[in-house]
Design a protein around this ligand. Structure first.
Ligand SMILES: [Fe+2]
Length: 394
């Protein structure tokens, strides 16, 4: 991210800074010790203050180990809404590099949340609202990726209506690819987005409140609760390179070629051993002999998950908006029968999909098991698939 600042920041770092005669508490929040990106925040009070230490609750992962290794389809539309924006998250898949949680919050987020062991990205498939953070307010809307660096104390305010989110957690850092940047860090002219497409906090709320406030901290593979004796948003100013932001999928400038381009053309973010890509509505490959949908490919070193967000995805049959496919390592995959012929000559696509590829195997949970469609594994075999359709899917 680029340098950003909100509120009052003194001319020099680490110098005496006062408000109404009282010294402010300076907090350096940074990655990689003191060598990575950082921001400096100025608090009215020490951010260490506690009123009470509460319980620690370990994360329980209900893994589902399927009987067979096959391509999979899950209809996450069937996941029941409920819970608040953090407690209502339900784990769908995970490995040591990434966790993906489905969240359809219906309840107000009480208290505050901070992830102390990972960065988060929330893809807002449906819904919107305001993310209140110690860095200021971050409005979010449908198709936003909301990126929240670790260490950011925050609270979600929900707009009215349906909310349907895919929440990513990684112990690594969420970054934009280096190949989109020049040697100074500025995004290149041919990157699929520019700095203008990334939206930092818009306004700082400085709250002086000595009441008790609940804080949940994700750390050590669990959730530690605390009661603070002050409101955590007592920041009068901050500056630096670390802060939450949004990027909307509609602002991704898609790339196309005379012949088909592979998924790295759609890459949006990366973390350790994974990428997140945006397949945005776009013009299709324009050579008159081009096949405008993906060629078959073997992900011999990765697992590929696709979340279908909008439009009509030409390479897939029987896959609805809000569903996911998992094409795991070791198996080739490609368009289903008939979809190639149908797509020939198409000039554009209205599909929107979010894809994450992991370079280490993914483990599924019982949440996936509950919405899994086992017939998908046979969907490249028309006769077998037709026979299965005649039977109830379990
Ligand atoms: Fe693929």
């Amino acid at each position: 991210m680029r340098y950003h600042s909100l509120g009052d920041v003194p001319a020099k770092r680490h110098a005496q800074t006062r408000r109404n005669g009282k010294l402010l508490t300076e907090e350096v929040l940074g990655y990689e010790g003191f060598s990575g990106n950082e921001s400096i925040l100025y608090h009215l009070h020490s951010p260490c203050r506690l009123s009470e230490v509460g319980d620690f609750e370990p994360i329980v992962r209900d893994e589902w180990v399927p009987d067979a290794h096959v391509h999979r389809l899950a209809d996450a539309n069937q996941v029941e809404p409920g819970g608040d924006p953090v407690g209502g998250r339900r784990l769908l898949m995970f490995n040591g590099d990434i966790e993906v949680w489905v969240c359809k919050p219906t309840e107000t987020h009480e208290g505050f949340y901070r992830n102390g062991e990972g960065d988060e990205v929330v893809y807002v498939h449906r819904g919107g609202g305001v993310l209140h953070t110690m860095f200021g307010r971050v409005p979010f809307r449908e198709k936003d990726y909301v990126v929240i660096p670790r260490g950011t104390t925050h609270r979600w305010e929900l707009a009215d209506g349906e909310q349907y989110w895919m929440c990513f957690h990684t112990p690594g850092e969420i970054e934009t690819p280096n190949r989109y940047r020049n040697r100074y860090g500025q995004l290149l002219e041919h990157a699929p987005y520019s700095q203008r497409d990334f939206h930092a906090p818009i306004e700082l709320d400085t709250i002086e409140d000595d009441g008790d406030h609940d804080l949940t901290l994700r750390v050590r593979d669990g959730f530690q609760s605390y009661v603070l004796d002050r409101h955590p948003f007592d920041v009068v100013g901050w500056d630096g390179y670390v802060y939450p932001y949004t990027f909307n999928a509609d602002d991704f400038e898609p790339r196309a070629g005379r012949f088909h381009l592979p998924p790295p053309a759609h890459q949006t973010f990366q973390g350790p051993n994974f990428v997140i890509c945006t397949f945005a509505p776009r013009m299709l490959d324009w050579d008159e002999t081009a096949v405008p949908i993906p060629y078959h490919h073997s992900n011999i070193q990765s697992e590929e998950v696709m979340f279908y967000a909008e439009g009509d995805y030409a390479a897939r049959k029987g896959v609805e908006i809000g569903c996911l496919t998992l094409h795991p390592s070791g198996l080739p995959h490609g368009p289903q029968p008939g979809t190639v012929e149908k797509a020939l000559g198409a000039k554009q696509t209205n599909e929107l999909a979010v894809m994450w590829d992991t370079f280490r195997p993914l483990r599924l949970t019982t949440l996936w098991q509950g919405v899994d469609n086992p017939a998908y594994a046979y969907s490249w075999n028309e006769e077998k698939a037709a026979a299965l359709e005649a039977q109830p899917v379990h």
